[in-house]
Design a protein around this ligand. Sequence first.
Ligand code: SDX
Length: 431
Amino acid sequence: MTQRTAKLLLDEHRAAIELPVLRGTLGPDVVDTRALGKHGVFTYDPGFIATASCASSITFIDGDAGLLYYRGYPIEQLAEQADFLEVVYLLWHGELPTAEQKLEFDNLVTYHTMLHDQMLSLYKGFRRDAHPMAVMVSIIGAMAAFYPENANVADPHQREIAMFRLLAKTPTVAAWSYKYNRGEPFMYPQNRLGYTANFLHMLHATPCESYEPNPVLVRALDRIFILHADHEQNASTSTVRMAGSSYANPFACISAGIACLWGPLHGGANEAVLKMLEEIGDVSKVGELVKKAKDRNNPFRLMGFGHRVYKNMDPRAAIMRQTCHDVLGELGLHDDPMFKTALELERIALEDDYFIEKKLYPNVDFYSGIVLKALGIPTSMFTAIFALARTAGWIAQWNEMVSDHAHRIARPRQLYAGPGRREFVPLDQRG
Ligand code: SDX
């Protein structure tokens, strides 16, 4: 098949620059602009609206059709039929595990869930009201000090150990950040429990009485982890890749991803959605909020709405809405006022010309907060839950990049808009 090219004519005095057009398995073609540099010109795309930063085989999103595939499998099928660690295996290895592979994978994770005992003292350095994301950024980054051997990212064996340590210990780090907030003793992982049940146990159990997580709620949270596990080159994943491109140790890279995810325009939106729904109070005030969100002179955004890629319903939001029904039904909270407000907000917004014209639909964060609250997860932990689940995808994306021997350090260029050359003026001569 002949190589397709795109021609760029900068001005009539120069020959057109021919650039290769590359086609992936699915999704839009890309123009390979790497050769532009030698013609003395760069592309300009702040926010990477139309820029592919890498080639990846892990996750595919079709924003117009509202599709999300992990290694080719539709998210709806994975959320319905798989468990979280099975999906992690798929993200990491590219194929669903056999029963034997899954058992080995689950066991490897189970036996890496404890933290180094000296890490407990790191928690004591925080104020009691430290946000769990601040704690996670710190403790995950500090793991580099406990496992220096994993800094050798060129060694596949060291990478694999670091991957399991991160996947297995992140729930413990997250749960203990919540226990620290509450002044309750840390609960150690229980090897008899599965990944998600173990997390709920560390979050809610106390030494004073036995605690068995409700299996329906465990399944709901496990599904939430699946929905949040990866999402191609979003801001936090791109941060992890950027940090990893310098061969920084894996703990520092994941810590950087957690920091980026914390932003209210990204993973912090789930916490912001719940605060927004709480501020609305009752359904009658929804119209007022939608009006505020449409006011271009008002920076207010409807949290949980809109997406850089999805210009259709985020498939995860639809699954999350159903999970909301399931969990609230299981808990006898059918009349949860916040869920009713959310449903009314979604109904009004989806009928409103502003949202229709700008293709603003509920995203993954719109319903997740309501489910997490119903699961007894405190608002402060919502983004920590997102980070816990997304660690699986960050690791997969990081490993895909550092395993590629052709990868290079990420070093974007710029459009310089500052002053031209000028001469220094000594202090006593300045006006
Ligand atoms: C996540 O990238 C990913 O994949 C992220 C994520 C993942 O899994 O990793 O899916 C997770 O981050 C989901 C998004 C969570 N964030 C929010 O819910 C916060 C609210 N949403 C917005 O801030 C916004 O929609 C973004 C940040 C999500 C997307 O921003 P873009 O792509 O830069 O779009 P934009 O801000 O340029 O908006 C386009 C227009 C603007 O109007 P105009 O300037 O063209 O007139 O739509 C408007 C915006 O004002 N708009 C909104 C809006 N979102 C966009 N108006 C009101 N409410 C909103 N929520």
